[in-house]
Write a protein that binds this ligand. Structure first.
Ligand code: ARG
Length: 464
């Protein structure tokens, strides 16, 4: 390779146009995979030596040069030159400057299998780190749920007060969504964990390569089955973007609730100063920017998912330069999710719940309506009839005839024990169905959630 030229320049008479370079070059973003690229090259060199295509000395020379390049890239000493169109070109060019054996490094390899391998390695690590951060947020929610004890809040449907639930129950509802995200991330990571090395440009090689050896060197869980598929397949990026978008979607729902709950009208929470912002004009304001951004970032994550799917749609086999467009959305999605998870975790950990306000809002007599109907059912009435009896009393109460409790007390269709349903906390005691919002069920749920987190954390470590 000429020191300033591209890998392929000798095929052409003229230098590449500036506009081509500006559009084509990817070093600006794919240098982020330099560790993966170098790890892949070490594994490839080791395999080439094992099958007799490099001498031991050549392999060692290449590996020493790779160490040097890695150090130069890590501490910013690396100087790219004009021909370094991507990270693969840059590393190989520099290795070849450092050792003549560098000219043999690309034996039996193409950037097509190389870039797929780099991105798979990068994805494997990144998804593992995101999954760890998800577990962290689950632990925070668990901690807040335990701390909330038997505090009640209004539960909503249609954002209308429906039935009281334990605050812990509501917090854990988000926790279970995150538990599904954790599994999606682990599954996406497993799908990334397949080595494409040895596929070459598209068809394998006439040289005696050993793809299983390279895969083992890199700790890949599996090896490709079809070389065309190996260099074309970006399903693992889509899977990762889907898992990240779903996670982002869940974070946006938490964010939205914190926005509502911190409003003056709701007043359910007060955000900690460290996680709130002020207004440049209105001195009294305390704004929930973290929660709003958590709500907003989901849009960007969904955009990355649909954007990449649109890029992949209709692409002919095997490699096409379109595939270079896979990295920026993935990198940005991972960065976005990590930032959001960290900030939201801090916000939730420090938010103060106004327990009095929550329980006052949870104590509307109408919250007992379903329990009144169910009490009639235990007395033998068909549910539809029971619903009608209570609905009529609710309407009369809303029309100003009296409080629901008074109307219930005066109605002989309802037994005397109906009065107890209006007592504070009665709801929490009566709701005992598994997975429900009452105290006993939530206590069991907390233990289940805790063991789920512990099991996930354990499983996660085993796979490392
Ligand atoms: N920078 C390229 C990418 O990200 C690497 C593969 C280039 N392969 C090729 N045949 N031009 O996809």
């Amino acid at each position: 390779m000429d020191s300033d030229g591209t890998l392929w320049q000798r095929r052409f008479g003229d230098d590449p146009a500036e506009a081509l370079r500006a559009l084509n070059d990817s070093l600006g973003f794919d240098r982020r995979m330099f560790r993966e690229d170098i790890a892949g090259s070490r594994a490839h060199a080791a395999m080439l030596a094992a099958v007799g295509l490099l001498t031991g000395a050549e392999r060692d020379g290449i590996c020493d040069a790779l160490d040097t390049v890695e150090a130069e890239m890590a501490d910013g000493r690396f100087v790219p030159n004009a021909g370094d169109e991507d990270i693969h070109t840059a590393v190989e060019r520099r290795v070849t400057e450092l050792t003549p054996a560098g000219a043999k490094l690309h034996t039996g390899r193409s950037r097509n299998d190389q870039v797929a391998a780099d991105l798979r390695l990068w994805t494997r690590t990144a998804l593992g780190e995101v999954a760890e951060a998800v577990l962290e947020l689950q632990r925070t929610l668990l901690g807040r749920a335990v701390e909330a004890g038997e505090a009640l809040m209004p539960g909503y449907t249609h954002l209308q007060q429906a039935q009281p639930v334990l605050l812990a129950h509501h917090l854990l509802a988000h926790g279970w969504a995150l538990a599904r995200d954790f599994h999606r991330l682990v599954e996406a990571r497993r799908r990334a964990d397949v080595s494409p090395l040895g596929a070459g440009a598209l068809a394998g090689s006439s040289l005696p390569l050993d793809p299983a050896l390279t895969a083992a060197e890199l700790g890949f869980g599996a090896v490709f089955d079809n070389s065309l598929d190996a260099v074309s397949d970006r399903d693992f990026v889509v899977d990762a973007l889907y898992a990240l978008a779903m996670l982002g979607l869940h974070l946006s729902r938490i964010g939205e609730e914190l926005v509502i709950w911190s409003s003056t009208e709701f007043g359910f929470v007060e955000l900690d100063d460290a996680y709130a912002t002020g207004s440049s004009m209105l001195p009294q304001k305390k704004n929930p920017d973290v929660a709003e951004l958590a709500r907003a970032k989901a849009g960007r994550l969904i955009g990355h998912l649909t954007g990449l799917m649109a890029t992949l749609k209709g692409l002919p086999l095997s490699y096409a330069k379109d595939l270079q467009e896979d990295k920026e959305p993935l990198f940005d999605a991972v960065d976005t999710v990590r930032l959001t998870l960290t900030a939201l975790n801090g916000l939730i950990a420090t938010t103060r719940f106004d327990i009095d306000r929550l329980s006052q809002q949870a104590s509307s007599p109408y919250g007992a309506a379903a329990d009144l109907a169910e009490l009639l059912v235990t007395g033998g009435l068909a549910f539809r009839e029971a619903h009608g009896v209570v609905a009529e009393l609710v309407r009369r109460s809303l029309d100003g005839e009296g409080s629901l409790a008074d109307l219930v007390a005066a109605d002989e269709r309802l037994p005397a024990e109906a009065a107890a349903l209006f007592e504070a906390g009665a709801f929490a005691k009566r709701r005992s169905t598994p997975g429900g919002g009452g105290a006993e069920a939530v206590a069991a749920q907390i233990e289940k959630f805790r063991s789920r987190i512990d099991a996930d954390a354990g499983r996660f470590r085993e796979r490392e």
